[in-house]
Ligand binder design. Structure first.
Ligand code: AP5
Ligand code: MG
Length: 197
């Protein structure tokens, strides 16, 4: 099964993608985690993307796509993936489709997690105290939320037109959100022939 989680910063992409990965036995690929790993390891890509990530700016599309191509391809060959944080705008989505479709590894379903802005802020501020991510300062959080608002409508419209989008309420406890996800994804997994929970 090949699925994508689209949601604003703090909505629970990472939290829920980890659970999706476990339930359907598919690798979880988070674009943010991949980029942060490059930064931590001090790779050439890491040095290139560091300033974008620290400021909460989007890393240029070409860099993100070239960085993710290999892990996504590998995951698809091993039975699928749950992607979190990529594509982030309609341009990335079209580029990804053009690369993936000829290989038969394009995304099969997209879940948009919906969480109100005040709850996103609450979650990110709480996480800032625990994890200390460089982009979890109030100023950078605000910028990330603005960029998400600017790019997500076109992205969701693109998947809606393809008929593969589900919108899921991302509020409440993580377990409650997961239950809503299973209500959508169990059927998708069955159709995709993925391992059943
Ligand atoms: P990325 O790492 O993707 O960050 P993000 O989109 O801002 O999202 P977060 O990771 O902050 O939130 P999340 O939705 O994963 O929520 P989480 O589960 O952690 O991207 C970082 C940067 O990398 C970007 O700013 C950009 O620079 C670059 N980048 C990445 N992808 C890119 C792309 N495609 N193109 C260009 N640039 C790109 O939850 C948040 C907190 O809430 C946690 O503490 C969690 O424990 C808690 N929580 C989760 N669920 C609940 C719940 N139900 N109730 C209460 N608390 C909850
Ligand atoms: Mg995340």
């Amino acid at each position: 099964m090949r699925v994508l989680l689209v949601a604003p910063p703090g909505a629970g992409k990472g939290t829920q993608a980890t659970r999706i990965s476990a339930r359907y036995a598919i690798p979880h690929i988070s674009s943010g985690d991949v980029l942060r790993s490059h930064i931590e390891r001090g790779t050439a890509i890491g040095r290139e993307v560091q300033r974008f990530v620290a400021k909460g700016d989007l890393v240029p599309d070409e860099i993100v796509i070239s960085t993710l191509a290999e892990p996504v391809l590998e995951a698809a060959e091993s039975g699928g993936y749950v992607l979190d944080g990529f594509p982030r705008n309609a341009h990335q989505a079209r580029m990804a489709y053009d690369l993936a479709e000829p290989l038969g590894i394009e995304v099969q379903h997209v879940v948009a997690l919906e969480v109100p802005r005040d709850e996103l802020l609450r979650r990110l501020r709480t996480r800032a105290q625990v994890e200390g991510r460089v982009d979890d300062t109030d100023e950078v959080i605000e910028h990330r939320l603005e960029l998400d608002e600017a790019g997500s409508a076109d992205l969701l419209a693109y998947y809606d037109e393809r008929g593969i989008l589900s919108r899921v309420d991302g509020t409440g406890a993580p377990d409650a959100v997961s239950e809503r996800l299973w209500a959508v994804l169990d059927a998708i997994a069955e159709r995709a022939g993925a391992r059943q929970p």
